[in-house]
Design a protein around this ligand. Sequence first.
Ligand SMILES: NC(=O)C1=CN([C@@H]2O[C@H](COP(=O)(O)OP(=O)(O)OC[C@H]3O[C@@H](n4cnc5c(N)ncnc54)[C@H](OP(=O)(O)O)[C@@H]3O)[C@@H](O)[C@H]2O)C=CC1
Ligand SMILES: CC(=O)N[C@@H](CCC(=O)OP(=O)(O)O)C(=O)O
Length: 346
Amino acid sequence: MAKIKAGVIGATGYAGLEIVRLLLSHPFVEVEAVSSVSFEGQVISEIYPQLTGIFGETLANDAAVVDRCDVVFGSLPAGLSEPIARRCFDAGKLYIDMGADFRLKNEADYKQWYGKDYADPALHEAAVYCIPELHRARLAGAKLIGNPGCYPTSVALGLAPAVKAGAIDPATLVIDSKSGATGAGRGLALNTHYTECNEAFAPYKVAAHRHTPEIEQTLSEFAGREVRVTFVPHLLAVNRGIVSTMYANFMPGFDLAAVRKLYEAFYREEAFVKVLPDGAVANLKNVKYSNYCHISLHADTHTGRLIVVSTIDNMVKGAAGQAIQNMNIALGLEEDAGLRIIPPAF
Ligand SMILES: NC(=O)C1=CN([C@@H]2O[C@H](COP(=O)(O)OP(=O)(O)OC[C@H]3O[C@@H](n4cnc5c(N)ncnc54)[C@H](OP(=O)(O)O)[C@@H]3O)[C@@H](O)[C@H]2O)C=CC1
Ligand SMILES: CC(=O)N[C@@H](CCC(=O)OP(=O)(O)O)C(=O)O
């Protein structure tokens, strides 16, 4: 069977490169074309020497990627994706957007947090936001996928079973997340400069991060009513990984044992989400380089709170791996094709 032709727009960025890296091992897909604005005409392995002798495609422009491919991944900063999505949509090609342009259903939220209106509202009607373990049924027939953000993936997977069952009081939710520096992308910035982030540790965008409406969108859907959260991200001086530690009061009638049963049932059939055994603590080193999410459950019996720890690799389950998982589902391939990566122990 001929392989599906995939292309990556913005392949020189961290998320774009990670899609290329993973797709190069995909059994049913080949990387047909890649693009860049700054490096157009250069060979990608000159920019990323780890690809030497493995993948020597010349970086093209975005139109060439769309024309040559059946599936297109757009991995650009927010606000640039609508024209590319439109071109794919009109040509009947599957477009998966890595940024935030197709994640929010409420345009007012997008305007508030990203400072832009929707220029092409029909595309947003057609767009499907999908964390596979929570929304995979939505992907039937999808042609435009808004791939979820990294923090919202860790948070939604960690809280959906409890929120859905009414096991916690959403009004008491506090979400404390830490991300490795690749989350900020490849561009140079003072806060991810080595001497600024090494041996430093601090929150940023405290209760003002643009992932807040995306987190609230999913939790509200699972709660069946509007949920608002306090969300505080931190920059962690590691390359990869997100740890989200989340706190909420138990609702009457629920305790740790009951919540554990809910989570185990919710994720029983899932290949990539693992609920850790009683007493274990989720640690980002155990999911690095993989598409897994580890969740550990804890109770603070002193205050009557549930504590959930959810960890993912921001570049894989938080970006490229989840995008490939979404592609696999949308195209009717095995959901874990190209994603069977066992996390290394060190
Ligand atoms: N890093 C992460 O953990 C995650 C990132 N994402 C999202 O994925 C997208 C890419 O992020 P990331 O890879 O981290 O970012 P990077 O800064 O590493 O890469 C950005 C890419 O976009 C291209 N680009 C930048 N400006 C323009 C422009 N004006 N026109 C066309 N292309 C442009 C760059 O291409 P070039 O310079 O070669 O022209 C580069 O390939 C973003 O929307 C991000 O929010 C999503 C989930 C997680
Ligand atoms: C450490 C760090 O800077 N993380 C990034 C993560 C957001 C991101 O990657 O953007 P999207 O997932 O919305 O596309 C940030 O806080 O902006």
